[in-house]
Design a protein around this ligand. Structure first.
Ligand SMILES: [Zn+2]
Length: 242
């Protein structure tokens, strides 16, 4: 199911993020954050919904993992090739815009595909394992922690890695992810409050669509939203400020 496409596309520099590094000749922006031996490469926006993929890599070992498999195949495969060492693929949730490059990525890396253990509508033949809340995704010395953050989908996960958190469609710059049924927004906000906002202010939020932000900014936005919340049962797109 296509998800939030309202987030700004285009490679504008996030005011609170690191400067993007543009690879010569690439149509898709590549933005890299390094924290000690941890390198996180944001590849995106890509495809009709402006999706981001992330490659997380241990700089002192040829080991890493990929988060999400959106269109477009070519720049994504080029980034995987350039970084090297992708051993595992994690899907933050099972919406098509996050796995449209499944076949290409899978055949290029031969890596197992993991998804949250509560996720629904996942063809079991397409996945190799499930991540429970608190499970680690390992690559070299990197230990990324899976956080069950339901609401956008029942089994959505976020991944805490170094000073960053990869949030899929749970938390964007400027608001929560899109919700599709009554009650889901409340579930999503509870996930954000309980699992993401307790992280340090400086934590870089790396979402499945749009620009990066920080937990500090997300917390301020969430506080603003409390002053004019949507009515109970509302679902759809929400901005913190309106
Ligand atoms: Zn989605």
């Amino acid at each position: 199911m296509p998800t939030s496409s309202r987030r700004p596309a285009g490679g504008a520099r996030p005011a609170d993020g690191p400067p993007p590094r543009l690879t010569a000749g690439a149509r898709v922006p590549i933005e890299a954050v390094e924290d000690g031996d941890i390198r996180i490469v944001k590849v995106g926006p890509m495809g009709p919904y402006g999706n981001n993929a992330y490659i997380v890599r241990d700089l002192s070992a040829r080991a890493g993992f990929l988060v999400d498999m959106p269109l477009e195949e070519r720049p994504l495969l080029e980034a995987i090739e350039a970084e090297g060492g992708v051993q595992t693929i994690v899907a933050t949730h099972w919406h098509a815009d996050h796995w449209m490059s499944y076949d290409a990525v899978r055949s290029a890396t031969r890596a197992p595909v993991l998804v949250g253990d509560r996720e629904v509508h996942v063809p079991e033949a397409r996945i190799d394992g499930r991540l429970r809340d608190g499970d680690e995704v390992r690559a070299g010395a990197i230990r990324a922690i899976a956080l069950h953050t339901p609401g956008h989908t029942p089994g959505s996960i976020s991944l805490r890695v170094g000073g960053a958190v990869i949030t899929g469609d749970t938390l964007f710059r400027g608001g929560p992810g899109k919700t599709f049924a009554a009650g889901d927004l409340e579930t999503l906000l509870a996930s954000i409050d309980a699992r993401l906002l307790p992280l340090p202010d400086a934590t870089v939020v790396m979402p499945g669509h749009g620009a990066t932000t920080t937990i500090g900014r997300a917390r301020a936005g969430r506080q603003e939203y409390r002053r004019h919340p949507r009515p109970p049962g509302f679902h759809g797109d929400v901005e913190w400020r309106r």
